[in-house]
Design a binder for this molecule. Structure first.
Ligand SMILES: [Zn+2]
Length: 381
């Protein structure tokens, strides 16, 4: 999990803190590219990959490696201030609304021309450039010919056409979906008990941000257990299927709570910053709330997917138990009833898979769940 770096620690020196890139999990190739790049940097880098793949942590660690006089020791005053986001030769710009706005792009443009204050170069980190529709032309111009002492580090989860020119001027570093095993090892290293870490990692679907919240959500395992035993509530009637669907959707709502807590904390921090700066309120508050609603929709769908995966796992276990249990007569050939039960369970697995795929298409979740549970209501003989 942790990247211990290339320098061996001498005996009287404390060992490097977990490593500059310790929070960049499961991205061995990207990390080695960034480490190599930090030794002889060009003027612009574009980190691109799926959400939750650790690009924000990667961008900051890379910035530290660019600013640190030792190429990113992870220990010095420069490294620590960059990682904390407070180094004067680091500018980190994050969008506050749905789009990266003109004034946010302008902040970068203005800083690009300035000379570094403490070290030889300054690093401008700009997140989510795939959302720079209106600001793209301004950014394009800025990244064209920056002063030699300025390095751009951009991140994007997508490479839309308006980004093509900017992307072509950058060295591109690809981040991948974090492998489940890497998420699990990261959680264990963070003190999460191994069995819990395995379940959380599977439900995080390669997203470190989701893994972190789920690991702290103590209702999560109980909710999954309800999904696992859900079929026992089905009695073959539509009414039972509808009631169970409503119950499982309510569980997904419960799952939103840790996300909502995190969002509330974000608004509190922004409000405090605004007050400190003498502003009347948070700039772009409505866009932030829009973003929170989008996060909630995605979160809820991911929660339902984790539930469906648990349900599928339970049905698969039943199927395996069925196939491997010797029949009552002791004979090797399965009876007709056994074959029918196998077909039934295999059909269930297909229906659950189809429901999970349908979630990607923005369907009505209530109708989807009800239809699935009716499908699963055919009782064994
Ligand atoms: Zn350092």
């Amino acid at each position: 999990v942790s990247d211990t770096g290339t320098q061996a620690a001498s005996e009287d020196e404390p060992p490097p803190v977990a490593g500059l890139f310790a929070d960049v999990v499961g991205q061995r190739r990207a990390v080695s590219q960034l480490r190599a790049a930090a030794r002889r940097p060009v003027h612009a880098y574009l980190l691109h990959g799926p959400p939750g793949s650790g690009m924000a942590a990667g961008a900051l660690a890379f910035a530290a490696a660019l600013i640190c006089p030792d190429g990113g020791c992870g220990r010095c005053n420069h490294c620590r201030r960059v990682l904390a986001g407070i180094h004067p030769d680091l500018l980190e710009v994050e969008r506050t609304g749905a789009q990266l706005e003109m004034d946010e792009a302008r902040a970068v443009t203005a800083r690009a021309q300035r000379r570094p204050l403490e070290v030889e170069r300054q690093v401008l980190v700009l997140h989510d450039v795939h959302l720079a529709e209106r600001a793209a032309p301004a950014l394009r111009k800025t990244t064209e010919e920056p002063p030699a002492s300025t390095v751009f580090v951009l991140t994007a989860t997508d490479l839309p056409p308006q980004l093509a020119t900017i992307a072509s001027r950058c060295v591109r570093i690809r981040f991948d979906v974090v492998p489940t095993a890497a998420v699990e090892a990261w959680l264990v290293a963070d003190g999460v008990p191994p069995d819990r870490a395995a379940t959380v990692a599977a439900a995080a679907r390669g997203r470190l941000d989701r893994a972190q919240v789920l690991a702290a959500d103590h209702g999560f395992l109980a909710r999954l257990e309800r999904w696992r035993t859900a079929p026992t509530a089905l009695d073959g009637t539509g009414a039972a299927a509808a009631q169970l669907a409503a119950e499982l959707l309510a569980l997904a709502d419960e799952g939103l709570e840790p996300l909502r807590n995190r969002q509330a904390a974000e608004l509190e921090t922004l409000a405090a910053q605004a007050e400190e700066a003498g502003a009347r309120g948070i700039a772009g508050r409505r866009q932030i709330e829009d973003r929170h609603r989008r996060e909630e929709r995605r979160w809820r769908a991911d929660d339902l997917r984790a539930g469906l995966a648990t349900l599928a796992g339970a049905e698969r276990d039943r199927l395996v138990a069925h196939v491997t249990t010797p029949s009552a007569t002791g004979g090797p050939a399965p009876s007709h009833g056994d074959a029918a039960e196998e077909i039934r369970l295999v059909r269930h697995l297909g229906a659950i898979d189809a429901a999970a795929a349908a979630l990607d298409r923005n369907v009505n979740e209530g109708l989807l769940m009800e239809a699935l549970l009716v499908d699963l209501s055919d009782l064994a003989d």
